[in-house]
Write a protein that binds this ligand. Sequence first.
Ligand SMILES: *Cc1c(COP(=O)(O)O)cnc(C)c1O
Length: 453
Amino acid sequence: MTDPRRRLPAVDALLADPDVAALAATGPRSLVVRAVRETIDAARANGGSAPPEGWSAAIRSRVRRLAALSLGPVINATGVVLHTNLGRAPLAQPAIAALARVGAGYANLEYDLARGARGSRHGLCRDLLVELTGAADAIVLNNAAGAVLVALSALARGGEAIVSRGELVEIGGAFRIPDIMARSGATLVEVGTTNRTHLKDYETALTPASKLLLKVHQSNFQVTGFTAQVPAQEIAALGRARGVTSLYDLGSGLLVDLAPWGLTGEPTVPQALASGMDAVTFSGDKLLGGPQAGILLGTRAAIEACRNDPLARAVRADKLTLAALEATLALYRDPERALAEIPVLRMLTESVAEIRRRGEALQRGVGAGAELVEGESEVGGGSFPGAKLKSWVVRLTPGPRPLTPDTLAARLRAGDPPIVARIGDDRVLLDPRTIFPDQVETVARAVRSALDG
Ligand SMILES: *Cc1c(COP(=O)(O)O)cnc(C)c1O
């Protein structure tokens, strides 16, 4: 018997098909050729059988898929507020307006309008960060991993940096403190043990080659039981006494205390600075609720060294980031306004009653197959690890028809816009905490058609 894969049509033969030729005549030819190739490849991978809907229909739908932009909005129904895979923080309206305004034309990114001469992009968010946090100086870079790399390079290159073994963490996406340390040109000196490190461990590790004491916030995990880590304040004091710089990789960048909403254990940026550490790094798109960015705050000397490090140029922030970050930070001048308008803070501090109301609207919108039950949401994004937020979730029960939770979730993801749900206890769960009020109707409609389809 001949292998059916031998009988697959050639690219040119399919391009000559009248329907396909019409596509190529009206649309971009390179796109149609790619769609033809990929349709043939898919058929080959499928054992060599022609697409069930026919070649030209399969090619047409592939052209449509390929023509659409690959990055697009999704609805987050997981209840994980800072979902790294879903782009972390949604931006506040003023931040969106600022990046649209700046992105659409030229901007004074590196231009001093008063002097009519070259300026510095590093000045843009600096004064606002100083005003809000009390830091002596500030610099904004591409992301927090980049900020840590720059700080290690500027403050510890060619010398030793001392870190607790309990803080040699992996943040995710292959960002490991020992690796980043090696790239920065600093020599890692590990002290203490995984569960316990004492001030004495840092003291005995200090040598004339010591340049930096590093503290890394344990942002994405909890160590429980017989544990001890040295508070930032004591590390900072030791560094000052011995003439060694101190750096605090804080991670999340919380600017307002969320303890009144039951979220404790995550140090705020002002607290981290008040500990006396020379420099503090954190993300723009975690609890701060802005765009991806790495923010470095600290003493004049420490920040000046970071600003002058060649790596700072390699991981500099772009104009869209700076525009969105400045507009987000400006909201913090009025903390009430920050809590109301920055989506991450609004979602984390929303009352359970309000979430329940949105859940009821969603449940009513779906009708049969949906029930509202008590549940929990997560902060996510390596912030407040282990914290559970009381919530109400819509639990979907596919009627008499066999529809596995995976199939139902896949149908929701295939929609436009895609809806990402979570699965718990073998059911699809929709958490209204991360579903925006103006998305409830869209989600209800999509769920109805996924349950019926
Ligand atoms: C998240 C995190 C980082 C990395 O931040 P990015 O902005 O994602 O680069 C670094 N350190 C800590 C402690 C973190 O929590």
